[in-house]
Ligand binder design. Structure first.
Ligand SMILES: [Zn+2]
Length: 494
């Protein structure tokens, strides 16, 4: 008898300090696919959903494609969105006449208007629907805040091992293979989690240089080889969430419940605690980054400046103007930034047309605390519908839709203005508006780490700026935490 396996995705990394709610419009403008639309959007891509669909084919399962929803990180997910996705998944299980297994593509750090634990509640509802005998497997981002409810209601949880995240497909394949073994009666997966007393850790999960994360992953690999252990994950967590369980965790999937799991989890969380003060990336002030750009930037070997505190990948507004203001003030030449979120200015450029000059007030519109808009005369040098396909290693093949976008020149700095908030992790975020980043002397991106996937190979030098405002600054002591478990590092301990 052919097994029916439900495939669904519901992702969000929620920054509870963001004033932008994550509503239906936020999901529909990024990713909202039903049924066969999932295959059209993701088949052949370097993503979890492609791996799930390929796995179903490999094992002869009948895939029940339900829903795939994703939104750029921002504030709490509205109840309307959560109920719509939950209703779709539970309804599809009924309409299929029940399923033999469930495969979920989750992020793991979703906070909703009605619950602090989005994935925990979703998994609990699915578990209640399918009962205890149907295996549920989920892939997670390594920035997941893994809760007890998530571990209790899933049979298998496996997180990415790379940051930038380039192993989504590979990790989802591991989930598929474990679910296959469970269906064949070859194992009985049980997932356990332990959290460190920290908001942030393991070098934020970076795997681009040897450090706490790569060492923690090596320890995880060693534990994975021990008897009865099926998978071990290290989560750096997501600290910009004021919820009880925010922060780094270790997750172990075992074959049946095992007495030694608790000690293995402690071994991992102790390591995470001991390495808390080690980071492989130094962040600098804006003036220091500009100085490096002036000293070392040359066309064809650009200095890449990453705006850490305004990273849309962590919920940043993407319209903080401080870095751009400093680039303009310094009179940088052959310099470009992408992408600054400013739908009003992008629309004005589309109305004005290529070659036109017009006065713009750029950025600084969502929260004036992070800097006023930049008032400048700008020349439109590129216009685009903002649509392109990712060519770099992170999410290769996936379609991007930044909405109406424009490239403008102010002085000798070129800026891409977008109508949707996107982290810049591909050269396409410049190229779609006619700018070739390889030729520039200075490139600025709204990103804290993912940009490295595409930009490290072309960068003469990389500098990361954490100054000038943004809801993803690493200065956690300045954020108003009320709900996180206490005491917790770095708020209460050194
Ligand atoms: Zn992540």
């Amino acid at each position: 008898m052919t097994r029916r396996v439900l495939i669904a995705g519901f992702k969000h990394e929620t920054n509870t300090f963001s004033r932008l709610p994550t509503d239906m419009a936020a999901y529909k403008s990024r990713a909202w696919y039903l049924g066969d639309e999932i295959a059209k959007a993701y088949a052949g891509t370097n993503t979890e959903l492609a791996a799930f669909m390929e796995g179903a084919k490999r094992y002869g399962w009948q895939p029940v494609l339900s829903i795939s929803a994703d939104a750029t990180p921002s504030g709490r997910v509205t109840s309307e969105v959560f109920e719509a996705v939950s209703h779709q998944i539970l309804g599809d299980i009924d309409r299929a006449g029940g399923v033999d297994a469930v495969l979920l593509n989750l992020h793991g750090a979703m906070v909703c208007a009605h619950t602090d634990d989005g994935e925990g509640e979703l998994l609990a509802r699915i578990r209640a629907k399918v009962g205890p005998g149907v295996p549920i497997g989920a892939s997670l981002d390594l920035h997941a805040n893994v809760t007890d409810a998530m571990a209790a209601n899933a049979d298998v949880l496996v997180s990415y091992c790379t940051y930038p995240h380039v192993d989504m497909h590979e990790i989802a394949t591991r989930v598929v293979d474990l679910i296959h073994r469970a269906l064949e009666g070859k194992c009985k997966p049980v997932t356990s989690v332990a959290r460190a007393r920290m908001l942030v850790g393991v070098d934020e999960g970076r795997t681009t240089a040897p450090g706490p994360m790569t060492e923690a992953l090596a320890l995880a690999d060693a534990i994975e080889k021990r008897p009865g252990v099926l998978a071990v994950s290290i989560n750096a967590g997501f600290g910009w969430a004021d919820i009880a369980d925010a922060g780094p965790s270790a997750v172990i999937v075992t074959d049946g419940a095992r007495a030694e799991t608790k000690a293995q989890l402690t071994e991992l969380t102790d390591f995470i605690w001991q390495t808390r003060n080690r980071r492989t990336v130094e962040t600098v002030r804006v003036a220091d980054a500009i100085a490096v750009a002036q000293r070392k930037g040359r066309p064809g070997s650009p200095v890449v400046i990453a705006d850490y505190a305004d990273n849309p990948g962590g919920g940043g507004y993407t319209d903080s103007p401080s870095l751009l203001r400093a680039m303009l003030a310094a009179g940088l030449t052959d310099a470009a930034m992408s992408a600054l979120y400013d739908p009003e200015s992008a629309a004005a450029c589309h109305r004005a047309g290529i070659g036109a000059s017009l006065p713009l007030a750029i950025g600084g519109k969502i929260d004036p605390a992070f800097g006023a808009p930049i008032e400048a005369e700008a020349t439109v040098i590129g216009l685009s519908d903002g649509r392109f396909k990712i060519e770099g290693p992170m999410m290769r093949g996936v379609a991007v839709d930044m909405g109406p976008s424009a490239a403008v020149r102010i002085g000798s700095v070129e800026v891409v203005l977008a109508s949707r908030r996107y982290q810049n992790y591909d050269l396409g975020f410049f190229r779609c508006c006619g700018i070739e980043p390889r030729k520039k002397a200075v490139i600025a991106v709204k990103s804290m780490q993912h940009f490295r996937a595409a930009y490290a190979p072309i960068a003469g030098e990389i500098v990361v700026v954490d100054e000038g405002g943004g809801v993803t600054s690493a200065d956690f002591k300045k954020l108003p935490f009320h709900r996180v478990r206490r005491p917790i590092w770095p708020l209460d301990m050194d």
